[in-house]
Design a binder for this molecule. Structure first.
Ligand SMILES: [Zn+2]
Length: 377
């Protein structure tokens, strides 16, 4: 099966050059669910581009009868971020024009939904599928006002135009997967919303996940999922379980500015397994696997910041288990007081393991150095 390829105009620059998005769509023989997968929303987090490329190659080997529904893939989804540079480094986490984090700009319907209680009252008599269709229609109607605003003479800032593009491609999906990595160097993990998703998390072959106990709807995965979770909750308050078939994932595959081969393979295998589990891929003789994930809260991950300026040395590598009181790194600290340079030892506050480390070994006071995950705290 070959994908259909759509090139979408994104925006025009001062120089007259234009940016585009290029979308790959695989459409199965039979109608079914829709999956939307994007990568590289943060400019330095390129690993998902390799994952999507391998998924495109893999899906191309299947025939249409092996896919039920549609899979939409959008690699390099943020050209402005991807192309941004500071010397050797890709720095595209923030839009340099407005300072906004590219993944904190999204449109969350729950904030604009005029009357969720009214919607629930009007729809309580319907079956779950009809309720979801009605809710999606209402959400799309509200979202279309964004386009009116963009097309109005007064226009809209770039971040609103950009998010409109990504969200109009993904809003009606059943499952969205947004592939990121650390901006620094990290283990592979994912973000998981509470509820039925917690079970699905075991199909990605990833050891750790962060359970999103709080979310404000500004991130891409949150903006997709938050309105549905709010709807589900409202019905639950009335004693009805809706079983909304929608899930949203952020996969964090390894390190920034790299496409670590193990992280890429893990991503590809996990996504294929997930698509089989969710009934989109119908593969004969495929052995579906599960891998028990450990879900931790954000509070289980503690960032360590440099207590003084200097150079990091002898830092424990990623994944190293530590006990409270173990030395985790040293700062080689210089001074201008006529003294010799000194070495300052930094110790772990708790048990855990090294979850993430900074790429830069040179730190000003207060710079981020590492994160320690304590799954048992
Ligand atoms: Zn990211």
């Amino acid at each position: 099966m070959k994908p259909t390829i759509e090139t979408l105009n994104l925006f025009k620059l001062a120089s007259g050059d234009e940016f585009f998005l290029q979308l790959y769509k695989f459409v199965g023989k039979r109608k079914g669910k829709k999956v939307y997968i994007q990568s590289n929303l943060h400019g330095s987090e390129i690993v998902g581009n390799a994952v999507i490329s391998q998924l495109i190659n893999y899906l191309s080997t299947l025939n249409k009868s092996q896919l039920e529904g549609e899979i939409w893939l959008l690699p390099v989804c943020n050209p402005l971020g991807t192309n941004q540079r500071n010397h050797f480094f890709s720095s595209g986490r923030f839009n340099s024009y407005d300072g906004k984090d590219w993944n904190r700009i999204f449109w969350d319907y729950e904030k604009f939904c005029p009357n969720l209680d009214g919607f629930v009252q009007e729809n309580i008599k319907f079956d779950s599928l009809t309720i979801q269709e009605n809710f999606l229609r209402q959400q799309k109607q509200a979202f279309s006002k964004q386009l009116d605003r963009i097309n109005s003479p007064s226009g809209a800032p770039l971040f609103e135009q950009y998010r409109y593009q990504l969200q109009s491609l993904s809003m009606d999906a059943n499952y969205v997967i947004d592939i990121h990595s650390s901006s620094n160097q990290c283990i592979d993990y994912l973000f998981c919303f509470p509820g039925q998703q917690e079970d699905s998390a075991n199909y990605f072959k990833i050891d750790y996940g962060i359970l999103m106990d709080t979310y404000d709807g500004d991130a891409f995965d949150e903006a997709f999922m938050k309105p549905w979770l709010a709807l589900e909750k409202k019905f639950e308050e009335l004693g009805r379980t809706l079983n909304i078939d929608r899930e949203s994932w952020t996969l964090e595959l390894g390190s920034g500015m790299k496409m670590n081969p193990q992280s890429v393979t893990l991503g590809v295998k996990g996504i294929i397994n997930y698509l089989v589990k969710k009934g989109l891929l119908k593969l004969e003789n495929y052995a579906l696997f599960t891998h028990k994930i450990t879900l931790v809260s954000r509070q289980n991950i503690k960032n360590y910041y440099a207590p003084t300026g200097g150079m990091i040395q002898n830092r424990l590598p990623l994944k190293t288990p530590v006990k409270a009181g173990d030395k985790v790194y040293e700062i080689l600290s210089f001074n201008k007081q006529g003294n010799l340079p000194e070495v300052i030892n930094i110790y772990a506050e708790t048990d855990g393991f090294i979850f993430d480390i900074s790429t830069n070994y040179s730190v000003n006071q207060g710079d981020y150095v590492l994160a320690l995950c304590n799954p048992n705290s």
